[in-house]
Design a protein around this ligand. Sequence first.
Ligand code: PGA
Length: 224
Amino acid sequence: MKYLIANFKANLNHLDIINWLEIFVPETQKNTQIQQKLQSGEIKVVVCPPFSFLLPLKEKISGLTGVVCGAQDISRFDNGRYTGEVTAQSLQGVVEYAIIGHSERRSSFSETESDISQKLHFCRQYQIKPILCIRGKEDKIDPDTPIVCYEPPQSIGTGDNLSLDETLKTKKQLPLTPKQLFFYGGSVNAHDTHQYRANPEIAGFLIGTASVSPTDFLALLNAV
Ligand code: PGA
């Protein structure tokens, strides 16, 4: 199975999301190639909108097999007096996955390894599967986290994705357990996934820019 994680980041507003769903849902339903991949478990899609759009999005995709919701982050706190925070407990049953430790959180929000450990802990406590993002071998990998996504910062949003060879070279240097799934993220688009498609070592992709347009994202679903 190949996982495709759509990370909208803070790119879309309410009307954009409605428009995205109005294209994505019917096209996914009627495209027999995509349907076959989703139904057979060849691919799984996780859509990660901003928190405020999670519930309406979840409702709209509820009829699609193999398409689920994810969060772009969760709080490092449990429920309590933390104004503005969105906790794992509040997302339990809403999301199946959460992106944790994205390099944009580490750089723009000074997220530390200790914050990330807390977030992984709460994911576990509230049955949310974390997708732990790392920038390279300098970042800590919790051996109990089920998914590790390598995202070289120089490849994020630049159009300059890393080659399969370089990705696999880094993968070899990471202390991964045999059970951990390895994902790649950084300028993944429909035109260059062929190099990864047949490779069993890459279990999934984190997709930013190419997920913002529903047609680009559908092209990726077709291509993978
Ligand atoms: P990108 O973003 O596809 O725009 O490079 C990937 C990510 O940051 O998750």
